[in-house]
Design a protein around this ligand. Structure first.
Ligand code: ZN
Length: 116
């Protein structure tokens, strides 16, 4: 039998009768303790916190005369007002912001550069 396997270019491996894939037997596994049980969290750590409006949380009133605040929501290169997904404001504050910026531009309180 072995000779025929060697003649074909294959090696024949013979496992001993005591060979096992898993060395530990069920009697050797220690009993489970309370430290091994899964930890149950009260709050899901992967949920995102809801985005809060900057102006509503701080209580700042929008005014066209507050040019430094308004300038943060306007692109300095194009003069465009940033969208809601960038400013993070709620719908009412975004509408008030657009109106205040329009008035600010009308009175030349806000500016933007024009590249020519
Ligand atoms: Zn808001």
């Amino acid at each position: 039998m072995i000779k025929s396997a060697l003649s074909l270019g294959r090696t024949l491996l013979i496992r001993p009768s005591s060979f096992r894939l898993c060395s530990s037997t069920p009697s050797e596994i220690p009993p489970a303790s309370s430290e091994d049980e899964p930890v149950i969290l009260e709050k899901n750590p992967y949920t995102k916190e809801p985005r809060k409006c900057l102006l509503c949380t701080t209580g700042v009133e929008l005014d066209y005369k507050n040019a430094r605040l308004l300038q943060k929501f306007v692109s300095t290169f194009s003069g465009r007002v940033y969208d809601r997904h960038i400013t993070g404001l709620c719908d009412d504050q975004q509408k008030k912001l657009v109106e205040a910026i329009a008035v600010g531009f009308f009175f030349n309180l806000l500016f933007f550069e024009i590249n020519r």
